[in-house]
Design a protein around this ligand. Structure first.
Ligand SMILES: Cc1cc2nc3c(=O)[nH]c(=O)nc-3n(C[C@H](O)[C@H](O)[C@H](O)COP(=O)(O)O)c2cc1C
Length: 476
């Protein structure tokens, strides 16, 4: 038995005579010229719910057969847009519940219709199973649909669908289900697009369908969950961790007792003498060749000062906030710069942390095998044998962002990485240095090199910096 229902918090409102609205938080579907029978059907869906057959019987009683096609039309419309949820139930209770979409979508991300009995189906490669409270939930990153698997027999059926089966050949008895119960479960999985036609090879058709086939599971999940729309829960700056957790401070305390004061350029002179902004934009290139004379300490100091120093602080209700040359979502400034120095003036080779408030480096370690591995990974990403003079690892202090932002915290961090990359590129270009952003790095290597916890603060970006083989016109 498949019972349809409107989600909790959804109400049926009478707008005028024969005009009803199905209304949820921030959305509504309006029904014009709604017959008495249709009104009854909608109210039944908002109450205890009803099967398609029960709704049809009620409608026939009130309106006669003329309105039946309209009822079916609307049921399909509400199922495909995610207004309606569905419970697959056995005589002993609910087997599984397809939740209505938190924000129904008129473009119809879900589908109606039964899976054909003789076509092999398989679980979508974009479906995934996880525990939510004390329930097991299967979700799909293509539709955002969620099905709670209440009964162990429903879980067994999902496991059976890891390989392709026609509905007729499904091992329903082995799962402890009747044929009808298995059919109902297939219907909700199919409606959520978690059950997809299988290729003869057993490969899910989804994978072969353009443009979905280009997506990898984790990319689509990250995209769906970090943008608005196809998921429930808060989004944006909801201060989800506000109590009892406090935000991490804007600046980290010095990480060692060995500090290196850095050169500070004269900003007034730079404002007067810097090469033009358009020249900088037009000359900006990724440069992967380095001079035999390494980057100087003065260049490194000027670069970090112009890119990343703390210009000012301001006290707000959520603690002290920072002001820096590069933008940062919510002024979080969660990105910390760690420098793996291969060769830079008289600086000892090794790992340093940049303190943006003090404009100083704090020495963390000599050139350990893990620091060397960071530089070697960078050399590989640059397609070179030799590492850059300095590798700047951008590490995010995750709690500083996750304390405030919901659903999109990690995406925001990556956006901040992009903003910082571009600032680094522009400053390095203005200074005539050799800059190059790097698209990948190893957070485990960084965690070993820095001793920092992988879930507290680790690498989310890398940037290679060096002196160029041929000096360029520069300021700094
Ligand atoms: C996010 C990002 C990641 C990058 N990753 C790498 C990389 O791993 N290795 C590399 O040699 N260049 C990398 N680059 C540099 C690009 O290859 C370069 O920007 C692109 O080819 C355009 O050339 P241009 O920067 O000289 O204009 C990256 C650039 C960006 C913005």
């Amino acid at each position: 038995m498949l019972k349809l229902f409107l989600g909790p918090g959804v109400s049926v409102v009478e707008l005028a005579e024969q005009q009803l609205a199905i209304r949820g938080a921030g959305w509504q579907f309006v029904l014009r010229q709604a017959s008495r029978g249709l009104g009854h059907a909608v109210r039944a869906l908002a109450g205890a719910g009803a099967t398609r057959e029960e709704l049809a019987d009620q409608l026939l009683e009130h309106d006669g057969p003329a309105e039946l096609a309209r009822l079916y039309y609307h049921l399909d419309e509400w199922r495909s847009s995610g207004v309606l949820g569905a419970v697959a139930a056995s005589s002993t209770g609910a087997l599984a519940t397809l939740a209505p979409l938190p924000v129904p979508n008129p473009s119809g991300p879900l589908q109606t219709g039964e899976p054909a009995p003789d076509i092999p189906y398989i679980l979508s490669p974009f479906a995934y199973l996880r525990r939510v409270d004390d329930e097991l939930m299967v979700e799909s990153s293509t539709t955002g649909a969620r099905i709670l698997l209440h009964d162990p027999r429903a879980r067994l059926l999902c496991m059976a669908l890891v390989s392709a089966h026609t509905r007729e050949a499904l091992p329903h008895a082995a799962c402890g289900l009747s044929r009808d119960e298995a059919d109902d479960l297939c219907a909700v999985l199919h409606q959520a697009r978690m059950l997809v036609p299988a290729r003869p090879t057993g490969q899910p058709q989804d994978e072969h369908e353009e443009p979905l086939a280009r997506w990898q599971f984790h990319d689509l999940l990250f995209h769906t969950r970090s943008r608005m729309g196809r998921h429930a829960g808060g989004y944006g700056g909801t201060f989800r961790g506000a109590a009892p957790v406090q935000p991490a401070p804007a600046l980290k305390a010095p990480m060692s007792s060995t500090a290196v004061d850095l050169y500070r350029p004269e900003l007034e002179r730079l404002c007067a003498e810097d090469i033009s902004f358009t020249r900088v934009l037009e000359d900006r290139r990724s440069r992967r060749e380095y001079g035999t004379t390494p980057l100087t300490e003065q260049e490194l100091g000027a670069f970090l000062y112009r890119v990343a120093r703390e210009r000012a602080t301001a006290a707000g209700e959520n603690g002290v906030s920072s002001d820096r040359p590069y933008p940062s979502g919510g002024a979080s400034y969660e990105l910390e710069l760690y420098l793996s120095v291969a060769s830079c003036g008289q600086l000892a080779a090794g790992l340093y942390h940049y303190h943006a408030g003090e404009h100083r480096l704090y020495y963390l370690s000599p050139m350990t095998p893990d620091v060397r591995a960071l530089l070697e990974d960078a050399a590989r990403a640059l397609g070179r044998h030799e590492p850059p003079h300095v590798l700047i690892t951008l590490a995010a202090r995750f709690p500083r962002v996750f304390w405030k932002y919901e659903s999109m915290g990690y995406a925001l961090i990556l956006q901040n990485v992009g903003a910082l990359y571009q600032t680094m590129y522009l400053v390095a270009t203005a200074m005539g240095l050799a800059p190059c952003a790097l698209g990948g790095g190893n957070p485990d290597t960084f965690a070993r090199a820095s001793g920092l916890g992988r879930f507290t603060e680790t690498s989310v970006g890398e940037f290679a910096l060096g002196s160029p083989p041929h000096p360029r016109p520069a300021s700094g």
